[in-house]
Design a binder for this molecule. Structure first.
Ligand SMILES: NC(=O)c1ccc[n+]([C@@H]2O[C@H](COP(=O)([O-])OP(=O)(O)OC[C@H]3O[C@@H](n4cnc5c(N)ncnc54)[C@H](O)[C@@H]3O)[C@@H](O)[C@H]2O)c1
Length: 374
């Protein structure tokens, strides 16, 4: 397969990021099948037409069902809000189209289960878009852990902090409405942390969490009324991993001054690794094997050709950014489509993440420890 014809649902934040990734991927990774931005889907005709022209799509439509069934389409990219993921994915599976879906995979655990069944039965390539696995520094950390550089892992400690709704007058956008978003920073931000923890440390065995909504009512988007916020503003939980490690997770939109502050630290018997998304070209590594009085955290600049994905880009020290993680994500998706092979994280990974999210929410009601039930 030389070309993969893409229908993309959604053209705002993730739509723009994914379109950018499709447009750059073949330029830097010429062995990858060339994606064709064939069809863009949205709901507002005028804005959609403008987006299609700006992002480089050949055609556009407001009918996602027609797009998914279009014989001129090979793969469907679901970059829409969470309430739309399940029905589009089921239709894509029925039409035997390969599918990449933004996170969280679904708004509910039953939806995620249904989606996994559908894509596995259809035998199509399926991917959940947890792009942070494909920050070169994160992929490199995974390699170091697999090589045993940390030894047995004791702790995973992660935070994803933002502050964009700190102002009580910030309007009630879709992310603050449960019928569209499913949950607040839990499904939005903790989902990323859970996926990273599964990638780097392993499966989560049990969780205990809490959540809070600080501002209960906000102005509607048109400014004409006030309405109830139906998601949490912050969600925190503790976890026990199957391998014996202990985890702590924190996601909030009320951390004043924090914009997109995703950090994690892993402590093992032989050392530690630390990552900060706002300095994503770097990894900090402490090794017990270093000797003497100079022992301490060192900064690994993950911009060398030997580091994952980096050789295709710039000379050492010529840094990469947020958008490159999506280029790497679509690269691996397109290669899997061409080769007819699985790619991780797939929908089953998305489901396992969803099961952890769900267990945490159950625990906020029961007040006790809960087990993920994928
Ligand atoms: N991987 C990441 O780091 C990351 C970052 C942000 C958002 N996301 C995820 O991406 C998804 C979209 O979020 P966003 O920030 O791009 O939102 P957004 O509000 O910027 O865009 C949402 C898009 O969905 C489209 N849409 C919704 N329902 C539709 C329908 N029925 N038919 C056609 N189009 C429809 C809208 O028209 C819009 O273009 C969410 O699942 C979100 O959690 C992932």
């Amino acid at each position: 397969m030389k070309r993969v014809r893409i229908a993309m649902i959604g053209y705002r934040f993730m739509g723009r990021v994914h379109a950018h990734a499709y447009r750059t991927v073949h330029h830097f990774f010429p062995d990858c099948p060339e994606p064709e931005l064939a069809l863009l889907v949205g709901r507002d005709e005028a804005a959609l037409k403008q987006a299609a022209q700006q992002l480089g799509f050949k055609r556009w439509t407001t009918d996602w069902r027609a797009a998914v069934q279009d014989p001129q389409i090979d793969a469907v990219d679901i970059s829409s809000t969470g309430n739309n993921h399940c029905e589009v994915a089921l239709a894509a599976a029925a039409a035997k189209k390969h599918v990449i879906c933004e996170k969280p995979l679904a708004n509910t655990l039953p939806e995620a289960r249904e989606m996994v069944l559908a894509v596995e039965r259809a035998g199509i390539t399926n991917m959940t878009a947890f792009n942070y696995r494909r920050v070169p520094a994160v992929s490199f950390a995974k390699r170091m852990i697999e090589e045993g550089r940390l030894g047995r892992i004791y702790h995973f400690r992660a935070r994803y902090l933002q502050d964009w709704i700190l102002d009580p007058q910030f309007p009630l956008v879709w992310r603050l409405q449960a019928d569209q978003a499913g949950s607040g920073p839990h499904g939005d931000l903790n989902a990323h942390l859970i996926d990273l923890s599964r990638y780097l440390v392993g499966e989560i065995e049990s969780v205990c969490g809490m959540k809070e909504t600080f501002i209960h009512e906000r102005p509607t988007v048109d400014g004409k009324a006030r309405a109830k916020v139906s998601v949490e503003d912050a969600a925190l939980f503790l976890a026990r991993f199957q391998g014996g490690a202990l985890g702590s997770f924190e996601a909030t939109r009320f951390a004043a001054g924090r914009k997109n502050h995703l950090t994690w630290e892993i402590n093992g018997e032989k050392g530690s690794l630390e990552f900060d998304l706002e300095r994503l070209n770097e990894l900090r590594f402490y090794s017990e094997e270093d000797r003497g009085t100079e022992r301490g955290f060192r900064r690994i600049y993950v911009t060398e050709g030997q580091h994952p994905y980096v050789a295709a880009w710039w000379p050492p020290g010529h840094i990469l950014g947020y958008e490159h993680t999506f280029t790497h994500e679509v690269l691996d998706f397109l290669r899997a489509v061409r080769d007819g092979k699985p790619v991780a994280p797939d929908f089953r990974d998305g489901l396992r993440c969803q099961a952890v999210l769900d267990a945490v929410l159950r625990s906020t009601s029961t007040g006790g420890w809960e087990h993920p039930e994928a």
